[in-house]
Each structure stands twice: as structure tokens, then as C-alpha cells.
Write a protein that binds this ligand. Structure first.
Ligand code: HEM
Length: 500
């Protein structure tokens, strides 16, 4: 008996513990399933995996860049994908109907980004681009709209033509011994000069300002979606903080000069520039000094960060498509023959317009835009909760929509027929669209006409849009390493691009 007990006793105990282990496991499994269910949505995307999914998708965004990660997820899961950024549910949309819905709706007039990151670059509750304080954003936007549309637009052509010509006249200073020019820097110099002459009108050190704008942009994209811990690690964060501060300091000193100029001028000009209007708004207590500085900063960086890179891509594309260059030059010769570039009628340059549009479709600098849902909503049957982050993957939309006859190629045929606006949105539309979209088109046309009527460009041997290294984080940009962005500027001796 004792022997029996001794032998069966532990067996019963073993069985009991086995059962309880199994029960415990089942319970745990049920708990995990229930937990996962609460985090599961019907929207396609990576799975939650007890919290591992959000960490993995966030890491992908930080590691590969926002644009690259968005393309990855849309390509893998389709045109509506749910991921997580910073632990927050984020929906990436690349279908035209869904994108168009968000663009035009008043429910998505905010953007998302790390609060500490936006504070670092001075954009939290200030300026316009990432300002999600709706009241302050609206106020700022009226000043931007006024400066970027209406009577100012016509003045723009003359300023663009003269500024481009001035820089081309001094091309020798920017040419290296092998006869190449750092084309992106040249375009940036032209564009920042134009922005200053349009919006600020103070003497400035172009080269120094460009370097600081560049570092500011690097910081902006480095901090935009970083986790809070990043901002506590001094050796990682301090250089970014410093880069942002340096551009803010330059802006402050330029504004100081501007204030002096206003105080000393005998009478005010009829058309007040952007900076003057903002200084007056500050004097009347309508905008804070910090906000004025941030608005001017954003106005000055907007074009160098977008337009100059778009123009760079266009010059590369032009060289890869000589037939298009030929058509462009023929059109320019016909339209501009007796008018001179200052008086160009932008409407009549149809080939140029198609070329610009097709370039922005095929190789955009702004590949996506970020929004936040301010209300619950339903997009094509998908429930969107208030507070959800939204990424509109416009770049992918332009390449996957059925509308374009050659969606995967660079081909002006894509713009032969009028394109309905829902299929082509390089600047966005609706209340939070690019406030500079009209002036940007005018600027690109005026700069291209001036440049291409004098020069044909030739990228360094073997350099094409496919071969140069690029990143796609906050926007799509070439990596500015050694020589790959260098181009030769060859004067046009006769009227055709093949003249040399
Ligand atoms: C090729 C040139 C440009 C492209 C492709 C471009 C594209 C864009 C896009 C896609 C947006 C976001 C729109 C949205 O969320 O729906 C945007 C916003 C903005 N753009 Fe542009 N842009 C360009 C040039 C400019 C220029 C020249 C300026 C001003 C001088 C400018 C000023 C702005 C501002 C201030 C915003 C923020 C508007 C807001 O949040 O209310 N952009 N741009």
C-alpha cells in the first residue's frame, strides 16, 4: 500500500500540475487572443502580434524613411493599409477616391508628428506647414495666401527671369576645373534669391543661408517622428537642436534688419511684402514674435526644399529624353521669339506645362503628405477614428491609377488629355493644400524658360535618375555626395538642343 502510494502519489501530482499548466496556457492564449482582437481592425496591414507589430512597423518608418516605408506597405497590403507610428494607428492611402476625399474634407486639416520633434524645429503650434493649432494655422494661412497669389504672381515672372539670368551670368564662379557645376546648389541659390526678393527683401548672405536651410531640413526630417527618448539623449539630439536654432537665429537677425528698414523708410510701398505684413500683424498684437519668425522661416525654406529639387529632377529627365527637350525648345522659340522671357505668357507654353506635370508625376519631390483625423469618419467603407494619423501616398497614386496611359513611364502622352483633378494632385487640394501651388508653377516655368533658352545641360557621364542615390523620408531627394549632381552647362549656339 505504502509502496503503491509512493509510486502513484507523484504521478497524480504530476498529472494535476500538467492539467493546470495546460489550463494556464489556454487561459493565456485566450487573453492574448482577446487582447489582439481589441487591436485588430478589418483594415489590411501587419498584424499586432502582442505589440510586436507596432514596434516593427514604427522601426521600418524610422529606419527606411517615411516615404519608403509608405510605399512598402501599400505595395504589400494594397491601397488602404493600417500601420503604427509612435504607437498611434496610422492609415496609408494610395487610391485616388480615398485620397481625394481626405484632401477636400475639413476633417483632416491637422498634421501629425512628434510633439518634441516639432518643438525642436519651432513648428509646434507655430508657422503653417506642421502647425496643428487650427486657429493659429488659419490666421497664418491668410498671410501666406495673400503673398502667394493675386497681383504678386505677375511680379514673380520678372523676378524669376532676372534672378535666374543673374546666376547664369556668374556660372563661371560655380564651375569646377572639370567644367561641371553643382546644379542642385545653383538651383537652390536661384530659388532662395527669388524667395528673398519676393517675400523679405533684405540683403543676405545666400551661401550661408542655404547651408543653414539645408541643415534645418535634415533636422526636420530626422526628428519628425522620433520617439520621446531620442530627445533626452544629448549626443544624439543636441546637434539637431543646434541646427534648428541656427536658422531661427538667422531669421531673427534678418527680421531685425527688416524692422529697421521699415522704420527708416519715408513712405510705405503700395504692395507690402510678406515680411512687412507679418511685422505689422505683430505690432498690432495679432501674431507673436515667435510666430512671425517661424512664418518667415517657412516661407523662405519652402521653395529651396521643394522647387529647386523638382527642377533638378526635371533637368535630369530632360537629358534622358532628348525628344522632349527638342519639343520644348521648339515651343519656346515660337512663343518667345519677340516677347522676351519677362513677358512670357505661361498659358501658351503647353509642352512645358505637360513636361513639368509629367516630371512631378513620374519623379516627385513631395511623394506623400501627412494629416490627422479631427473627427470620426468613413472613407469608402473604412471607419476612421478621430485622432488617427493619415498618410496620403500621392506619389504611388500617380503611378498606379488606371487613368494615365503610360503610368510607369516618363511620357508626355500622360498629359495629352485633360487629367481630372482627382487623378493628379502634386500639390494637394482643399483647405490644407500647398498654398504656393500657383506661384510654384509660375516660378518653375520662368526659371526653366530662362535657363533652357540659354543652355542645354549634361549630367556627369552615366548619371541618370536611376543611378544617383536618393532618399525618401520627408521628401524624395538626391543624396548629395561627391560629384553625382554635377552637370555641364553648354551654351546653346543655335536654336536646337542638338546644336552642340
Ligand atoms: C514643386 C514645388 C512644390 C511642390 C511639389 C509642393 C507640394 C506641396 C504639398 C504636396 C503640400 C502638402 C499639401 C497637403 O497636405 O495636401 C505642400 C504644402 C505647402 N507648401 Fe508646397 N509645394 C511646392 C512649392 C511650394 C512653394 C514655392 C511654396 C511657397 C513659397 C510652398 C508652400 C507650402 C506651404 C506653406 C505648405 C503648407 C500648407 C498648409 O499646411 O496649410 N510650396 N506643398
Amino acid at each position: 500500500m505504502l509502496l503503491e502510494m509512493l509510486t502513484t502519489g507523484p504521478t497524480v501530482a504530476d498529472a494535476a500540475s500538467d492539467v493546470s499548466t495546460v489550463l494556464l496556457l489556454i487561459l493565456l492564449l485566450l487573453l492574448i487572443t482577446a487582447w489582439s482582437q481589441t487591436h485588430r481592425s478589418h483594415i489590411p496591414g501587419p498584424s499586432f502580434m502582442s505589440g510586436l507589430g507596432p514596434i516593427l512597423s514604427y522601426s521600418r518608418f524610422i529606419w527606411t524613411g517615411i516615404g519608403t516605408a509608405s510605399n512598402y506597405y501599400n505595395n504589400k497590403y494594397g491601397s488602404v493599409v493600417r500601420v503604427w507610428i509612435h504607437g498611434e494607428e496610422t492609415i496609408i492611402l494610395s487610391g485616388s477616391a480615398a485620397v481625394y476625399h481626405v484632401l477636400r474634407s475639413a476633417h483632416y486639416t491637422a498634421r501629425f508628428g512628434s510633439k518634441a520633434g516639432l518643438e525642436c524645429v519651432g513648428m509646434e503650434g507655430r508657422g503653417i506647414i506642421f502647425n496643428s493649432d487650427t486657429e493659429l494655422w488659419k490666421k497664418a494661412r491668410t498671410y501666406f495666401s495673400k503673398a502667394l497669389s493675386g497681383p504678386g504672381l505677375q511680379r514673380t515672372v520678372g523676378i524669376c527671369v532676372s534672378s535666374t539670368a543673374k546666376h547664369l551670368d556668374r556660372l563661371q564662379e560655380m564651375t569646377d576645373p572639370s567644367g561641371h557645376v553643382d546644379s542642385l546648389n545653383l538651383l537652390r541659390a536661384i530659388v532662395v534669391d527669388i524667395s528673398n526678393r519676393l517675400f523679405l527683401r533684405v540683403p543676405l548672405n545666400e551661401r550661408d543661408l542655404l547651408l543653414k536651410i539645408h541643415s534645418y531640413f535634415e533636422t526636420w526630417q530626422a526628428v519628425l517622428i522620433k520617439p520621446d527618448i531620442f530627445f533626452k539623449i544629448g549626443w544624439l539630439y543636441n546637434k539637431h537642436k543646434r541646427a534648428a536654432q541656427e536658422l531661427q537665429d538667422v531669421m531673427e537677425s534678418l527680421l531685425e534688419i527688416k524692422r529697421k528698414m521699415i522704420n527708416e523708410s519715408e513712405k510705405l510701398e503700395d504692395d507690402l511684402d510678406f515680411a512687412t505684413e507679418l511685422i505689422f500683424a505683430q505690432n498690432h498684437g495679432e501674431l507673436s514674435a515667435d510666430n512671425v519668425r517661424q512664418c518667415v522661416l517657412e516661407m523662405v525654406i519652402a521653395a529651396p526644399d521643394t522647387l529647386s529639387i523638382s527642377l533638378f529632377f526635371m533637368l535630369m529627365l530632360l537629358k534622358q529624353n532628348p525628344d522632349v527637350e527638342l519639343r520644348l525648345v521648339e515651343e519656346m522659340n515660337m512663343v518667345l521669339s519677340d516677347k522676351g522671357a519677362e513677358n512670357i505668357d505661361c498659358q501658351s507654353l503647353e509642352v512645358l506645362e505637360s513636361f513639368i506635370n509629367e516630371s512631378m508625376r513620374f519623379h516627385p519631390v513631395v511623394d506623400f503628405t501627412m494629416r490627422k483625423a479631427l473627427q470620426d469618419d468613413i472613407i469608402e467603407g473604412t471607419k476612421i477614428r478621430k485622432g488617427t494619423n493619415i498618410i496620403l501616398n500621392i506619389g504611388l497614386m500617380h503611378k498606379t491609377e488606371e487613368f494615365f496611359p503610360k503610368p510607369k513611364e516618363f511620357n508626355l502622352m500622360n498629359f495629352e488629355k485633360t487629367v481630372p483633378s482627382r487623378f493628379f494632385q502634386p500639390f494637394g487640394c482643399g483647405p490644407r493644400s500647398c498654398v504656393g501651388k500657383h506661384i510654384a508653377m509660375v516660378m518653375m516655368k520662368a526659371i526653366l524658360v530662362t535657363l533652357l533658352s540659354r543652355f542645354t545641360v549634361c549630367p556627369r557621364q552615366g548619371c541618370t535618375l536611376n543611378s544617383i542615390r536618393q532618399t525618401n523620408n520627408l521628401s524624395q531627394q538626391p543624396v548629395e555626395d561627391e560629384h553625382s549632381l554635377a552637370m555641364r552647362f553648354i551654351p546653346r549656339t543655335t536654336q536646337t538642343p542638338h546644336s552642340h
